[in-house]
Design a protein around this ligand. Structure first.
Ligand SMILES: Cc1ncc(C[n+]2csc(CCOP(=O)(O)OP(=O)(O)O)c2C)c(N)n1
Ligand SMILES: [Mg+2]
Length: 332
């Protein structure tokens, strides 16, 4: 499928490319910072960026809601989170809009950008998304919610409760399973017996679609259709994207104990960032010189974000007591 089949202008395709590249370079930087002892933890979206970017850009990024999961760095960047804000969270600094340094990194949340904060128990965001869909429907607010989880997490009860409720009430939600073939050390074949997780949609009476998460056009078109359907009052869709987790589960995991280097290398030979880049080059949207410029701009932004966050102040210890009970004068 050629990129022109997306119907997107060059400018948008290049914005998508920039988001993809920023997600990868930020992610790589966080591993370096972790390994050099500067940040305590990182969890990565490497290998899943096209499934994220192709999905996010099908939404109205100025008005829709996203309820991402922890690997969705490219999704939150598309919804407007900045490199500096991501780094403030990685360094757990007071100014971090995700949580003021109180949550683990990658528990994305940004009120002004309508990125809804998530809990550490996986898939709790699914019923939350149904709630946002219900609120939007009741208020006749034409917004749609994106909500995602991993394939392992899609076996949690919240997955069923959220999708079932949204399907019954035809709520404007797009439910997503990002299938990266592992849940920490457990391979997909030991997680579920179904051939395709998107087939679960049948049980809810909604459309389900499985897409190649490395193919931007395929991902984008599936999400565009699902977003249009939701916005037209026809209810939710379940989309399963298939890609591969390039890194260990997190900076605390050693994946050599459960998968071979050959398997990882084989997946990396199909790097979705490079596949998209090559398509842009071949179809004349991008030149090698443009790539060098993007890389330079992004390196500068990542450096500045790192330096800013590293020297930013931590929260005051007393701040740990805040945001539980209403405080006088607090914004509602
Ligand atoms: C309810 C719950 N059980 C277990 C965990 C621990 N845990 C965090 S991530 C994870 C694996 C999730 O795998 P998957 O859903 O495939 O997502 P991936 O990390 O592969 O993107 C587990 C078991 C958790 N956070 N919440
Ligand atoms: Mg997984």
């Amino acid at each position: 499928m050629a990129l022109k089949e997306t119907g997107l202008e060059k400018e948008t395709l290049l914005r998508m490319y920039r988001t993809t590249l920023m997600a990868r370079r930020l992610d790589e930087r966080m591993w370096l910072l972790n390994r050099s002892g500067k940040i305590p933890f990182t969890i990565s979206g490497q290998g899943q960026e096209i499934a994220q970017v192709g999905a996010a850009y099908a939404f109205d990024l100025e008005n829709d809601y996203s309820l991402p999961y922890y690997r969705d760095l490219a999704v939150v960047l598309a919804f407007g989170m900045t490199a500096k804000e991501v780094m403030l969270s990685a360094f757990a600094k007071a100014e971090d809009p995700n949580s003021g340094g109180r949550q683990m990194p990658a528990h994305f949340g940004h009120k002004a950008k309508r990125i809804v904060t998530q809990s550490s128990p996986v898939t709790t965001q699914f019923p939350h998304a149904a709630g946002i869909g219900l609120a939007a429907k009741m208020a006749h607010d034409p917004v749609v919610a994106y909500v995602s989880t991993g394939e392992g997490s899609s076996n949690q009860g919240d997955f069923h409760e959220g999708i079932n409720f949204a399907s019954v009430h035809k709520l404007p939600v797009v439910f997503v399973i990002h299938n990266n073939q592992y849940a920490i050390s457990v391979p997909a074949k030991k997680q579920y017996a179904a051939e395709k997780l998107s087939d679960r949609a049948l049980g809810y009476g909604i459309p389900g679609k499985r897409v190649d998460g490395n193919n931007l056009t395929e991902v984008y078109l599936a999400f565009k259709e699902a977003r249009d359907r939701a916005a037209n009052g026809e209810g939710p869709t379940l989309i399963e994207t298939v890609s591969y987790r390039f890194t260990p589960h997190s900076s605390d995991d050693d994946d050599r104990s459960y998968r071979s280097k050959e398997e990882v290398d084989q997946a990396k030979a199909n790097d979705p960032l490079l596949l998209f880049q090559n398509e842009l080059l071949e179809e004349g949207y991008l030149t090698e010189d443009d790539i060098a410029i993007f890389e330079k701009e992004i390196a500068k932004e990542v450096n500045e974000a790192t330096e800013y966050a590293e020297s930013a102040p931590y929260a005051e210890p007393e701040d740990a007591l805040r945001f539980v009970y209403e405080e006088s004068g607090e914004e509602k």
